[in-house]
Design a protein around this ligand. Structure first.
Ligand SMILES: [Zn+2]
Length: 441
């Protein structure tokens, strides 16, 4: 998916958990996996949190761990290459005066300002997406297959990229036309209202996502397995969550990753489990995951994230305003960009925002990681499944490094690492030994 699409969808998914596993597709119910608790993590008078955590981590074979470390650490560099490639493309767009020529063309076609903005935006989106496409193909297709995480062949994958691009064109078009109208109307104070408008737009995208966007990529249907559904609804009702149905999504079309989420708000809330989770995980693991998801809902993480983004967007737009003035004073004439009200300034605006986004990655990662940790703690208390939690945390190990250094975790992790999560689960287990009957081999 292109940059603008990622910006919106990335935030819409802030309140989601994404776990990963190699799915055993079409696993019949009779061969459902069994939860095996390592000997050193069995309850007892000498139960030790670190020993138990180490024992869980030691169940992952060394070659599998090396592979997931390589996948995740490669992702650090990809973040840098993504940023640098988009910066080169955007600077070229300005430097070659393609941006100015595109604006001149839009002005010749129509005198209506909003339409000029749209006529500029669509080719801009298509050209920049095309130039970044080789890296997108490597990152989103070839690399995912190389690490055994993807299920799709090339053309269905490509088709979904095109749907994503079309959605970006529609949502991005609305956002960009609206923002430039604000800039023209409000002058110097535009950035304050730009931040407000962005947060409202963001909330709208979160609202429509489960209803209008997600079904374009996958099929959602009510969960058929009555015993899993009833245990989830019971946990939901015990925690005051007003849902009466649980959905299942055919995520295995695209990926092997296990995931679940609670999405939407203002009546569009729904709990969704993906089919990889249902096929691959034990009931204890599913309950641990659902307890975590309910934590996001009960602790209103979506609302808090929108407030956080209100602050974040305000700072980002102030940075953008300052950066635009600074850069236009130096290079505006050379690029043929007249002012901040000129739509030809768009590549510069996207560049400045991506610099801001890149530099603040540890901040946004830490915001989501802190919420994910809270949801873990809530999930342990709600599901009372510390071993299920530990087992599913290891399944993350397919694509997220299990045991990073502390600084590495702060900078790069948007969810806690496997070690952090299993430590929390084993700490909970130690203090609740009398009330938890641990499954045995
Ligand atoms: Zn989560």
């Amino acid at each position: 998916m292109n940059k603008i699409g990622r910006w919106y969808f990335g935030i819409a998914f802030l309140a989601c958990v994404t776990l990963s596993a190699i799915a055993a597709t079409d696993t019949p119910p009779s061969s459902k996996p069994v939860l095996n608790v390592p000997a050193a993590a069995q309850p007892g008078p000498n139960f030790d949190v670190k020993t138990a955590t180490d024992a869980w981590l030691a169940t992952v074979p060394a070659d599998k761990k090396a592979k997931s470390d390589a996948y995740f650490e490669g992702g650090y560099w990809l973040q840098l290459w993504d940023f640098l490639l988009s910066a080169v493309v955007l600077i070229w767009f300005l430097q070659s005066r393609l941006s100015a020529r595109l604006r001149d063309w839009a002005e010749r076609v129509t005198t209506r300002k909003n339409l000029q903005t749209l006529l500029y935006f669509i080719p801009f989106l298509l050209i920049t997406s095309a130039l970044q496409f080789p890296l997108v193909v490597y990152e989103g297709f070839f690399r995912e297959h190389k690490y055994g995480l993807a299920n799709q062949t090339f053309w269905p994958w490509f088709g979904e990229q095109m749907i994503g691009l079309a959605i970006s064109a529609i949502l991005g078009g609305i956002a960009i036309v609206g923002l430039f109208a604000l800039v023209r109307r409000l002058g110097k104070k535009w950035w304050i209202w730009g931040a407000v408008a962005s947060i409202v737009f963001q909330a709208l995208v979160v609202l429509i996502y489960p209803v209008l966007i997600a079904p374009r990529f996958n099929t959602y249907k009510p969960l058929a397995n009555a015993s899993i559904k009833n245990s989830i609804l019971s946990m939901a009702h015990a925690n005051g969550i007003p849902v009466n149905d649980v959905y299942e999504v055919d995520a295995s079309r695209q990926t092997n990753r296990v995931s679940a989420n609670v999405s939407g708000f203002l009546g569009s809330e729904r709990i969704t489990l993906n089919d990889n989770l249902l096929n691959r995980c034990t009931p204890e693991e599913i309950q641990a995951v659902m307890g975590h998801e309910m934590g996001h809902y009960v602790m209103n993480h979506l609302g808090k994230t929108l407030l956080f983004l209100g602050v974040f967007f305000s700072i980002a737009f102030a940075f953008l305003n300052y950066g635009l003035q600074w850069a236009l004073a130096r290079w505006g004439e050379k690029w043929g960009v007249r002012s901040i009200t000129d739509v030809a300034v768009l590549p510069l605006a996207v560049l400045i925002l991506s610099v801001f986004g890149f530099l603040t990655t540890p901040v946004t990662n830490s915001w989501t990681r802190a919420q994910e940790y809270e949801a873990d703690i809530f999930g342990l208390n709600a599901s009372r499944q510390p071993d299920g939690e530990a087992a599913v945390d290891l399944k993350l190990g397919d694509y997220r490094k299990l045991d990073p250094g502390p600084i590495e975790e702060i900078v790069f992790f948007d969810h806690p690492s496997g070690r952090t999560r299993i430590t929390a689960a084993m700490r909970w287990k130690k203090e609740n030994q009398t009330s938890v009957v641990s499954p045995t081999q």
